[in-house]
Unconditional design. Structure first.
Length: 372
């Protein structure tokens, strides 16, 4: 039933904004969703081919639980709209060192949360995935039911469904002022720092992240699922991760280490030669059959990191009807549905209580990353 007594404007049609708008509209509220360039556009943090969804977060049970809830909601949504292929259950393989405390803590939390996973030795990794070359001391955690979300298509599908059920979408500049009684939720990724420069400018760290796609040998199926999962290689502080060949795009390879500062509006999106050299060297070491593979596509996107890596899901400190939903920090995409539920509950509650880690006040002006 429609609840016209309360209306909402959501600024930003990325994964957070789309799911917040969709969740509020499903609850019967009047909702307007705004974006200056379109849902999951080329400059958005939610743009691009694919994003990982996985539950491993070390000892950080908060995000493990959120990821599991989100996976359920993503799958239910894709089934409801008849597009289950927007989630690819490839599995997610974490390559780990024997003394990796993050990996040890992940095993404990995954077991507690009931996640289906396997511990694999180097020999077992090589036997199961012979296209991956790892040292004898490196093992792995395999999350069997994790995988890849087809990012741009998924966000666009959420917005399309939001419109179908009566939401209003407008492609327009994002408002920096509040001129009416509607509750405004700013979920505009790196543009939060530009719309609120005094408040969020010092608390969001926008970094350039470069991604390459490598072409595969003709007829070679070893780099497609199910023969190859999504993988994360944090062994030896590598911070590399990648995707199998999805939708004939090639092998996707990226680095999770934070790059230089970026302006989301004006930066050219051209991958640097140094990144190509670095990625090719890694590829030759970890996937020897692709040592000479050509680069067939590339992307430059950005992280919007908070000081800790925790999200900002909180009310503006001085304006009652303005809320922030951001700080995806490179791991946020998977959590879109859970964030949508959480923020919708906050903004419709008479006495909202924000998780302390999501508070604006918890965000510092210097970085000390704690979420991986």
């Amino acid at each position: 039933m429609l609840k016209p007594s309360k209306s909402f404007t959501v600024a930003g049609a990325g994964v957070f904004g789309a799911w917040i708008a969709y969740t509020l509209r499903r609850a019967g509220y009047n909702v307007t969703l705004l974006d200056p360039f379109g849902p999951a556009h080329a400059r958005a943090s939610s743009g691009g081919e694919s994003r990982i969804i996985r539950a491993s977060y070390g000892a950080d049970e908060l995000y493990t639980r959120m990821a599991l809830r989100s996976l359920t909601l993503w799958q239910e949504f894709f089934a409801a709209i008849g597009r289950p292929n927007l989630f690819q259950r490839t599995g997610v393989l974490w390559l780990t060192e024997p003394d990796d405390l993050h990996a040890h803590a992940s095993r404990v939390v995954l077991g507690k949360a009931g996640v289906d996973f396997e511990d694999l030795s180097a020999a077992e990794v090589r036997q199961r995935y012979p296209q991956i070359d790892i040292p004898a001391h490196v093992g792995a955690i395999l999350e069997k039911n994790a995988g890849a979300l087809m990012a741009r298509q998924a966000v666009q599908a959420v917005v399309e469904e939001f419109i179908r059920i009566g939401g209003t979408y407008r492609q327009t500049a994002l408002p920096a002022t509040v001129e009416d009684s509607a509750t405004r939720i700013y979920a505009c990724g790196p543009w939060l720092a530009k719309l609120f420069p005094d408040l969020l400018g010092p608390r969001l760290f926008l970094t350039r992240q470069e991604i390459l796609f490598f072409g595969l040998p003709p007829g070679d199926l070893r780099f497609q699922p199910p023969k190859l999962p999504v993988w994360l290689d944090f062994s030896s502080q590598r911070g590399m991760y990648g995707f199998p060949d999805l939708e004939a795009r090639g092998l996707k390879l990226a680095c999770d280490r934070h790059g230089p500062n970026i302006d989301p509006d004006t930066t050219d999106r051209l991958v640097s030669p140094g990144t190509v050299q670095q990625m090719r060297a890694y590829l030759g070491e970890r996937f020897p059959a692709l040592a000479d593979a050509p680069v067939v596509d590339s992307r430059v996107c950005q992280y919007e990191n908070t000081s800790s890596g925790d999200f900002i899901l909180d009310r503006h400190p001085t304006i009652e009807n303005v809320w922030f939903a951001g700080g995806g920090s490179g791991h946020g995409f998977k959590h879109g549905p859970a964030v949508g539920e959480y923020v919708a509950q906050l903004v419709t509650s008479a006495q909202p209580t924000v998780e302390p880690r999501f508070l604006f006040a918890a965000k510092a002006t210097t970085q000390k990353r704690a979420v991986f």
